[in-house]
Structures are given as C-alpha cells and as structure tokens.
Design a protein around this ligand. Structure first.
Ligand code: ATP
Ligand code: MG
Length: 662
C-alpha cells in the first residue's frame, strides 16, 4: 500500500507530468501497459493530497464493471477509495453512475411514474420483428438488439436510422427500413398502458443527460457535488457517453482522460476514437502527455506487440505509439499449429498444467479467444484436468445453474421479515448458499469444486458491494446482483480465466494463451466481408490480446474444427511476418521443439536459432474514415415529449425541483 504523500513515488517523468498537471483538462495518450490506469489513480490521490479536491467530489468512470473494480481497488490501496465510508472517490461504469444518479433525480424530475430496468431486449425486439415480418431466430434478434444499441449509443433515433446507416457505411442485419421499423416499435413498447416505463441500458445514459440538460436546478446540484472527472479507456467513448460527460461538466473543464487509439475495439458498438484524438480541439488548454514505456510485459512481448500494430493500416497507422519495454527479458512468445481444436485445447491445458507446476498461480493464467462459443472445448479440457476456471464476458457466470439458484434464494430471503443488513449480511448470504454447495472448505471433485468456486465468487461480490455501501440490506443486494447479471458483469474468481478478447481489455495476467488464431476468427469472418476498417478493428483486438501478457505468451491455431475433420482453416493473416523464422532458410519455425532446440527441421537440423520475422503485413486498406454524423435529437425529443405528457398526466410542472423549492 502506498502511504499518503507517496503518491509521486514510482512514476516516470511523463507519468509525473500527467499526475502533477494543474487542475483542468489533461489527456494521456499512451500504449498498452504504460501505466495509464496507474497515472489517473495517482493523479486523483495527488489532487486530494494537495487539498485541491475532496474525495467525494471526484467521479471516475470507465467501461466495464471489472475495470471499475480494478480502479476502486487501486484507489483503496492509495487510501482514498470509497470502501467503508460513503465519502470516497466514486469509481464506476458510465451505466452504474447514471443508474445511481437517475434513481436520485427521478422523483423530482419525472414524478410518480415508476420505471424498471429492462433485463433483456430480446422479447420486445422479437415482437417488433414479427410485426415487421423479419425472421426471429435468436441470432437475428441479437443482431437487431445490437443494432438498436449501436444506434442509441450513437444518438440516432428510429427515423434517423436509415440515413445514419448510409453515412456510417454500415451493414445492417436486415434491410435498414425494416430495422428502423423494429427500432420504432421497440421504443414504443417500453411504455406500458399506465405510462410506466421500462428503461434499457442506453436509456439510463440518455435520460440522465436529458434531465441534466433540461433542468438547470438539478444540474447545478449535481455539479456542486462532483467537481473533478476522470475517464479511463477514453478511446471507446460513444456519442451518448460523450454527451453525458459534457452534461456532467457543464461549462467546466476539470477532466482527465486516458486512452490508446490502438485499443479501439468497440467502433461497431458506436465508440469514436476521435474524442480521444481530438481532445485538444475540444479543450485547447489541455495538457497532453504521451507515455511509451511499457511496464507490464517482457521486451519480447512488447516487440511482438509493436509488430502487430506496426502492420496497421488507415487511421490507426497515424496514431501508433512504439512501446519501449522496461522489464527484464523473458521467454520468447511461442506459436503452435494444431490439427484440430480438441488437440489445440488439450495441448493448451497441458501447458497450463506445466505452468501451474512451475509455480504460476491459476488465477494468473488466461485463455483468450475471439467469440464466447470457443470457450466450450477449453472448459471441457480444464474440467477433465480438474483445474478451476472462470468464464468471463457475456452472461456465462450468471447463467450457471448454481448462480441462478443462488439469486433466487437471495431474492426470496429479501422478501422475508427480520433479514440482516450491514455487517451480518455477507454471513447471512453464505448461510443461504450452504445448501447449494458453499461448504466452509473447498470440496473435492471437479463439478463440486466448480460450483463452490462460483458461489464463493458471488459472496465475494456481495462483500465488495457491501464495502461500497455499508448500509446495504438483502433487498438492495438482490437488486444490485440482478442489475449486474443484466449487464453481463460477472465477478472475479480464482482459477484460470477464459475470456473473449473484448472482455480482457485493461486486464493483465502472467501467462496468456491466445487461441483459435485462424482467418475467420481473428479477423472474424464478418469483418472480412464488411470492410478494411472492420479488419483493422480486428487487428487492434489482436493487439489488445497480445498486450495482456506479462511474462508468457502462447499463440495457437487449429487447421480443422473437429477431431479428424477436414483441414479447411488457415492461420490468421495477422500472424504473417510474426512467426519465428530460420535465419538460414527462412522457413517458419513453428512449435516449441524447434524453438527449444534452436534448430530448424527444414535445413536438416543445422539451421540458426529462431528469430522473429519482418513486421506484419496485413490486408491493404483504404484510408479509414470513421463517420461522425450529427447527433440525432430525435431520441431526446421523444423522451422530452413523453416526460412532458407524464408531467401533465400527474398535473405537475416538468421541472419539479423549482416547485419543491418555492
Ligand atoms: P492498458 O492499456 O492495458 O489499460 P495501462 O496503460 O492502463 O494498460 P496499467 O494497468 O496502469 O497500464 O499498468 C500496467 C502495469 O505496469 C501495472 O502492473 C502497473 O502496476 C505497472 N506500472 C505502471 N507504471 C509503472 C511504473 N512507473 N513503475 C513500475 N510499474 C509500473
Ligand atoms: Mg488501463
């Protein structure tokens, strides 16, 4: 733990410049592993130390619950987190921050109308799709739901949708006209006959922005509460989040952002790296700091990462930062080709067993893949080897039988009289989950172990939530857990991590296995079919994967899907130029044997030791231009109209805050 006053220790000169910059706009543009998250947490601590801001006036936001949790734990280590007291720095996701604010504002801004958080878009989208005579396969409904999310994140309403699709050069999942119909029907269906309202995740941000924009009294109250704003992973900000941030700030500029344009991996969901890259256009007085020293990974991994991003085309090519490794040398990254996926999984788990035997904790090992469906073969192989694991991303954690049962038990208990709150809450939860398999000691047997590990993670999550809000009762706990489950934000577990590349952003492990690196997976086939820009986003995703590893990096792919299947796959195009080659005959030295012996099979065993090849050459791309269409006022307008009609129905002025005060 860093003591108070030590907040400037262990910082390099560039990090120090960002940490000690005067209050006002600061932008840290930096590559992976250069200490961006460290820099912003230290900056907050430094401003507090100097008495320039109170801890409870700081709002730090990021994108995933895990990243927010990481920030909270670093703030706690610095002695300024919000644990155990309400008066600490708030570190939350955009959605959690908006949810909290909306709960607070709603009665005064909207009135008695009730609202509920929508747990899944799919049923409503399904009804709307049937009416628009579209196919209603789960895949299509998911695509339509994502499309609606993209539109709302981009502040595009149903009637602006068709134009926006053309502007963005986007492939909609169905003809744009029909998607727009589904979108309109979906929005209408969220208001029931009583006028009560279902809000989806995007609405949380849109409503909060709108209330702050329309209601000067509430905005002023909010702005006197929060004075200093910090955003991690700013390269993935969407227009709706950018709008909310502006609404939070008003005409102030006390904003620190950090990000890496080479890690923009959510363009398909509406992210705009331009907000990061054009920060000094938005804030001409901004102090801009660049960090290039990589403290996370060995120089071997850093070199590979530089090569991956060195092959970037288009916009990213102009923004890349060459990383300089700071750690001592480590093992060379390893590349292996397998006949099929089960063989790849078996070999991966074999290597995991060796690493664990060598003393690497299971929780310091991750297997990363492109799509969640790829986890299955690894889950099976790890279960057979009796190695505990957790699946991150998507809703896999909350879909587990024991977790669904546990949530049901917690909800049931919250309805019973004399339930514990505060200190006794976690013990009460533990007791509740005992019959489901949460024994005091870890049981034996792979299945019992796996149940136990996920229930333990749930209790740890409850503990974390309680640390954040010490007065939490069973009812609020049930609500918090349900909203986590709806947002697909699983807790941390001890064990090997299985994760999609997307869900791994911002995190780090000692050993990382990047698996399934075939063309069609990385880059994913629909990106290949869509555009060179989409392929560049896949390259950045690959870069995110490579830069998660501290020490051991293994990259692998399989030539067929099933055991004995037809060998129809090719290794990822992003591997071109990265594979180690023989200095003498230039053939690829694949597999650990050649690397271990330093001898090449192709030139009869007397070849020179392996070296990494020339920088990667990716698909040629035309210059990438990201669309920056004007924000569509329709979403705000429709909400405004609804709100006005609600106020009318309730015979209250729309801005009740003034009515209350007079
Ligand atoms: P990402 O882009 O992946 O989010 P990041 O830039 O946020 O990475 P951090 O997670 O803050 O990087 O830091 C990466 C690792 O390097 C962490 O383990 C951190 O503790 C360590 N680190 C950062 N700065 C320093 C430093 N000056 N000295 C020693 N270690 C450092
Ligand atoms: Mg980070």
């Amino acid at each position: 733990m860093v003591g108070v006053g030590d907040h400037l220790a262990d910082l390099d000169p560039e990090q120090l410049a960002a940490v000690t910059a005067p209050r006002g706009p600061v932008c840290v543009l930096a590559g992976a592993g250069t200490g961006k998250t460290r820099t912003i947490t230290r900056r907050i601590a430094h401003l507090i130390d100097r008495g320039q801001v109170n801890p409870d006036q700081v709002l730090a936001v990021t994108f995933t619950a895990r990243a927010a949790g990481e920030m909270r734990s670093r703030l706690r280590d610095l002695g300024i987190g919000s644990a155990g007291s309400a008066a600490g720095v708030q570190a939350q996701t955009f959605h959690a921050a908006a949810l909290r604010q909306l709960r607070y504002f709603w009665p005064r801004a909207i009135g008695d109308t009730r609202w509920e958080l929508l747990d899944s878009k799919l049923p409503i989208v399904g009804r709307a799709a049937r009416r628009a005579q579209l196919a209603t396969s789960t895949e299509m409904l998911r695509d339509l739901a994502s499309e609606i999310e993209w539109a709302k994140a981009s502040l595009i309403g149903p009637s602006g949708y068709e134009q926006a699709v053309i502007r963005a050069d986007r492939e909609p999942p169905a003809p744009a006209e029909q998607v727009a119909q589904v979108f309109a029907a979906y929005e209408a269906a969220k208001i029931d006959a009583n006028g009560d309202r279902l809000l989806d995740f995007d609405d949380l941000l849109i409503f909060t922005t709108q209330i702050l924009a329309d209601d000067p009294g509430l905005a002023e109250e909010f702005r006197s509460r929060y004075r200093c704003f910090v955003v991690d992973e700013y390269q993935d900000v969407t227009p709706v989040q950018h709008g909310l941030l502006k609404a939070w700030l008003g005409d102030r500029d006390d904003l620190t952002v950090v990000g890496d344009a080479n890690q923009t991996i959510y363009t398909f969901a509406g992210a705009r790296a331009e907000y990061l890259l054009n920060f000094s256009r938005d804030y001409p007085d901004a102090q801009v700091v660049r960090l290039v020293r990589d403290y996370r990974s060995t120089p071997e991994i850093v070199e590979l990462a530089n090569r991956v991003i060195g092959g970037a085309r288009g916009r990213a090519a102009g923004t890349r930062l060459e990383l300089i490794g700071q750690r001592p040398p480590g093992p060379a990254p390893r590349f292996t080709e397998h006949p099929d996926e089960p063989a790849e999984a078996a070999a991966t788990v074999g290597e995991i067993v060796t690493l664990i035997d060598d003393g690497v904790p299971a929780s310091e090992i991750a297997v990363l893949y492109r799509i969640n469906a790829q986890s299955q073969v690894y889950e099976q192989a790890l279960t057979e080897a009796q190695i505990p694991y957790q699946v991150r991303g998507g809703d896999a954690f909350f879909a587990r039988t024991e977790i669904r049962q546990a949530l049901r038990e917690i909800v049931k208990a919250s309805r019973a009289a004399e339930v514990a709150a505060g200190d006794g809450l976690v013990d009460a939860v533990r007791l509740l989950l005992f019959p489901l398999g949460l024994t005091p000691q870890e049981p034996s047997g792979a299945e019992a172990k796996s149940r136990w590990a996920s229930l333990t993670a749930l209790v740890e999550l409850a503990d974390e939530l309680l640390a954040h809000n010490p007065a939490l009762g069973m009812g609020e706990l049930a609500t918090e857990l349900t909203s986590r489950s709806q947002a697909g934000h699983p807790p941390t577990m001890r064990g090997v991590t299985l994760s999609s590349l997307h869900a791994a952003k911002g995190l780090e492990w000692d050993a990382v296995f990047l698996v399934g690196l075939t063309d069609g997976a990385v880059p994913i086939s629909h990106a290949i079919d869509t555009s060179p820009e989409a392929i560049e986003e896949e390259r950045r995703l690959f870069y995110v994967g490579v830069t998660r590893a501290r020490e051991h990096l293994r990259l692998s792919w399989a030539l067929a899907r099933n055991e004995g299947g037809r060998r129809g796959r090719r290794k990822s195009r992003f591997l071109a130029g990265l594979l180690p080659t023989c200095e003498r005959c230039s053939s690829n030295l694949l597999g650990s044997r050649a690397l271990r012996t330093g001898r090449c099979d192709s030139c009869s065993g007397d070849g020179r030791p392996a070296r990494t090849g020339a920088p990667g050459t990716g698909a040629a791309g035309r210059a990438a231009t990201l669309p920056l269409g004007p924000a569509d006022a329709e979403l705000f307008d429709s909400l405004r109209q609804w709100r006005a009609s609600e106020a009318n129905r309730q015979k209250k002025p729309a801005f009740t805050v003034f009515a209350d005060k007079t």
